[in-house]
Ligand binder design. Structure first.
Ligand code: NAD
Length: 487
């Protein structure tokens, strides 16, 4: 089984090198080996990509031909399925994601979601009759019509690249928009392969989808200010999200933001403590904690604190960081040396803040290469500590004691973020009550999994603006036009 990499970008229907001829390396985070290269695009390439997307939106029937778009999106899903073994291998090599996760969020779920979005576009009520009324005494027949927004700039991070790329590109294209995708420089191939499949295995016309890879974050910034772009769909850190919103305000673009999180895993005093802490430990190890919606604060009853800590530590010890190609690995490497330094910096900070490292805290002794960090459990800090407030984006769990349900909700909500959460109780209604009180975009009750193509995902507070996936995620890419005629 080979690695299906792609060094070229897709601009205006042509798979090509950067106009400067420059390339950059893509690295396997588990081995530190260079996998290959990708085009290092500059503003000339970006200008061509935006120009192509603008022309294909303004001058072709792409935005109005729903049946054709539905056919194209299904072709794209089929192309992914036809190459799924090679793409799976490439995804593990480029992202460091454990194999087991490629059967869900890292590959198969986003590909499945392309089928879901094609079905939605096919059955969608594009026009809605509002009937007759007599505004100002003048009889009128009114209706609304949903139309594509225009040129979408999709700017994405490296942690779950297919999921995030396809959760933007799928609905944006199905809704009739054209797209310029700017992925993170850490995972270029997960985006360029999408360009290649679109160019070679679908009828999607030239210019409708463009991808621009670059080491220059300024390319992303340039997309957010270009007047030819109608909407920004951004996933990344809250700091970058702020700058995207500022930059897009000059031309008043629609802005859709999926940002950071510091989600709480709340255990109530009647919960199965062993089961709940086991899941909390497993969750924070998943893809080495590099998921915006991963629960990273374990909020447990004060009376059960010691027991919760020892149960959680015992599970973490059974989930060591390891080779992501091994089907049993949950915790792979961090994506880069830079990201590992960041995580290690937070582990040091926990100690400076008076915390105790119960387990982990270092690099695994059995791995001599790769950007690995041991699953780590921190206790002895309050919810005000920086390690309990800031996004670490590593396999690091902070335990905070609570004094009852209200206090648990207060702690969960005491965060600038509001992306996700989890609540555990022996009493379902009690758990749902706490879920309802949590100021977050998603909550799992007693382990319920909300992640699915039809379920909207997004953040409250500084975790974002808007929703991805589900009908809400499709409608993010639509304008509403209201029309009236004399009746
Ligand atoms: P990042 O914000 O550094 O970069 C994200 C993307 O933005 C990259 O493609 C980058 O090149 C680009 N970029 C950088 N500066 C820019 C600018 N000024 N203008 C426009 N684009 C710019 O994030 P990252 O380090 O790649 O990813 C990790 C972060 O992403 C974490 O904070 C994580 O929580 C967040 N994330 C959020 C979600 C979500 O759905 N809420 C999902 C995954 C990751």
């Amino acid at each position: 089984m080979g690695i299906l990499g792609e060094e070229r970008v897709l601009i205006d229907g042509v798979l090509r090198a950067a106009s400067s001829g420059r390339v950059f390396e893509t690295i396997n985070p588990a081995t530190e080996e260079v996998l290959g290269v990708a085009a290092d695009c500059d503003v000339t390439d970006l200008d061509n990509a935006i120009g192509a997307a603008r022309r294909s939106f303004d001058e072709t029937t792409w935005s109005t031909d729903v049946a054709f778009r539905v056919k194209c999106i299904r072709q794209l899903r089929d192309a992914f399925l036809a190459h799924s073994d090679e793409i799976r291998a490439m995804t593990i090599a480029e992202t460091g994601s454990p194999l087991m996760l490629t059967y869900s969020a890292q590959l198969d779920t986003p590909v499945e979601a392309l089928g879901w979005i094609a079905d939605l576009a096919e059955s969608y009520e594009w026009e809605h009759d509002l009937g007759r009324a007599e505004p100002f005494g003048m009889p009128a027949h009114r209706w609304t019509r949903r139309e594509a927004t225009g040129v979408i700039a999709a700017i994405t991070p490296w942690n779950v690249p297919h999921q995030i790329n396809l959760a933007k590109v799928g609905p944006a294209l199905a809704a009739g928009n054209t797209v310029v995708l700017k992925p993170a420089p850490d995972t270029p191939w997960c985006a360029t392969i999408l360009g290649r499949l679109i160019a070679e295995e679908t009828d999607i016309p030239a210019g409708v989808f463009n991808v621009v890879t670059s080491t220059d974050h300024g390319i992303g910034a340039a997309l957010t200010s270009d007047p030819r772009v109608d909407q920004i769909s951004f996933t990344g850190s809250t700091a970058t999200g702020r700058s995207v919103m500022r930059s897009a305000s000059e031309t008043l673009k629609k802005v859709f933001l999926e940002l950071g999180g510091k989600s709480a895993f709340v255990v109530l005093d009647d919960a199965d403590l062993k089961g709940a802490t086991g899941i909390a430990a497993f969750t924070v190890c998943t893809h080495a904690g590099q998921g915006c919606a991963i629960t990273t604060r374990l909020v447990v009853p004060r009376a059960q604190l010691d027991e919760a800590v020892s149960l959680t530590a015992a599970t973490l010890a059974k989930l060591p960081a390891g080779d992501p190609t091994d089907g049993g690995t949950v915790c792979g490497p961090l994506v880069s040396a830079r990201q590992r330094e960041r995580v290690e910096g937070y582990i040091r900070l926990a100690v400076e803040e008076g915390g105790t490292i119960v387990t982990g805290g270092g690099r695994p002794s059995n791995m001599d290469r790769g950007f690995f960090v041991e699953p780590t459990l921190i206790t002895g800090v309050s919810n005000d500590a920086r390690v309990a407030q800031e996004e670490i984006f590593g396999p690091v769990l902070v335990v905070i004691p609570h004094d009852g349900d209200e206090d648990a909700v207060r702690i969960a909500n005491d965060s600038v973020y509001g992306l996700s959460g989890s609540v555990w109780s022996g009493d379902r209604d009690r758990a749902v009550g706490v879920a309802n009180a949590m100021r977050t975009g998603t909550v799992g009750v007693n382990g319920g999994i909300w992640f699915s193509p039809d379920v909207p995902f997004g953040g409250y507070k500084q975790s974002g603006v808007g929703r991805e996936m589900g009908v809400a995620g499709f409608e993010e890419y639509l304008e509403t036009k209201s029309i009236a005629e004399p009746a």
